[in-house]
Design a binder for this molecule. Structure first.
Ligand code: ZN
Length: 288
């Protein structure tokens, strides 16, 4: 089947108080693991690439491999560009067959974030592709921000309402206390802020930096309106662990063995996260 737009599934998920899981892939094995895990659970899934993965795999490979996976596994797969700051790259993704784009201009002042997001939304509209943007800033890989800095980076509900209205963006990544990468302590999510945003913003909301967030906190975020959960680090860790374990045997040099074990480990994580998001079986649900 053709790659799908994730937006109808996100709307469907939100209606049910669940979310679509989005996984950052890095190579063929991680893509296969995501597609196989989703197929086993009949879950629509979002495969996403960071700008670094585009550099590593090449745009044409990513798009072609995703199309093959979609045909082979027969489960709805969306291909999404994650955290892209560059308009030209987004145009190339669209031309290559991506079915969802994220423009991340959250590092820019509000007016400039609005301006770049509007430009991408206009392109997405013309092509029938949904666009995700970010307001507020999800922390980086180092989770040692002080409280003041942390507060300054969180999404303001009033500003989110204005941003959604004037950009016409389809989905919004919110900063509510999660961070990308590995957490040092337990992350504290600002649920009151999430609810306040949800009250004022009608489009689906996206949770970034969800790796390492306790399951119960993720479920609470879903109850409060998160419709897409991004998972990146929690794919990398079991993959690295499986490869390390396989290569502990100095006689082991077969990539089909160590990457095969990595694929199995990633697939287990994918299935666990899909269940956490509650979207198993959603591939067969009628869409809104
Ligand atoms: Zn992110």
């Amino acid at each position: 089947m053709a790659l799908i737009s994730p937006l109808p599934y996100m709307l469907k998920a939100r209606e049910k108080g669940v979310a679509i899981a989005a996984f950052n892939i890095h190579n063929l094995e991680t893509l296969q693991a995501v597609a196989e895990g989703a197929a086993r659970l009949r879950a629509p899934v979002i495969v996403q690439t960071s700008p670094g993965t585009l550099t590593h795999m090449g745009l044409a490979y990513v798009a072609a491999c995703c199309r093959v996976a979609s045909d082979q596994y027969g489960v709805p797969i969306a291909l999404h560009m994650d955290h892209c700051r560059d308009f030209d790259t987004l145009v190339r993704c669209l031309r290559a067959g991506y079915t969802s784009l994220m423009v991340d201009a959250s590092h820019l002042p509000f007016a400039e974030n609005v301006a770049l997001t509007r430009r991408v939304v206009e392109m997405g509209r013309a092509a029938g592709i949904p666009v995700e943007a970010e307001l507020g800033r999800v922390g980086g890989t180092e989770d040692d921000l002080t409280v003041d800095e942390r507060s300054a980076a969180l999404t303001d509900p009033g500003q989110a309402e204005e941003f959604a209205r004037i950009t016409g963006v389809d989905t919004l990544a919110v900063a509510i206390g999660t961070a990308h990468g590995v957490y040092r302590g337990e992350p504290q999510l600002d649920f009151a802020r999430l609810s306040a945003i949800r009250e004022r913003v009608s489009i689906p909301l996206v949770l970034h930096g969800a790796s390492g967030v306790p399951d119960e906190a993720v479920r609470e975020a879903l109850r409060r309106g998160i419709a897409k959960v991004n998972i990146a680090t929690e794919i990398k860790l079991p993959m690295a662990a499986a490869i390390r374990e396989a290569l502990a045997d100095p006689g082991q040099s077969d990539p089909r063995v160590y990457l095969g074990r990595a694929r199995d480990a990633v697939r287990d994580t994918v299935e666990r996260k899909i269940r956490l998001c509650g979207c198993e079986g959603l591939a067969d649900s009628p869409l809104p």
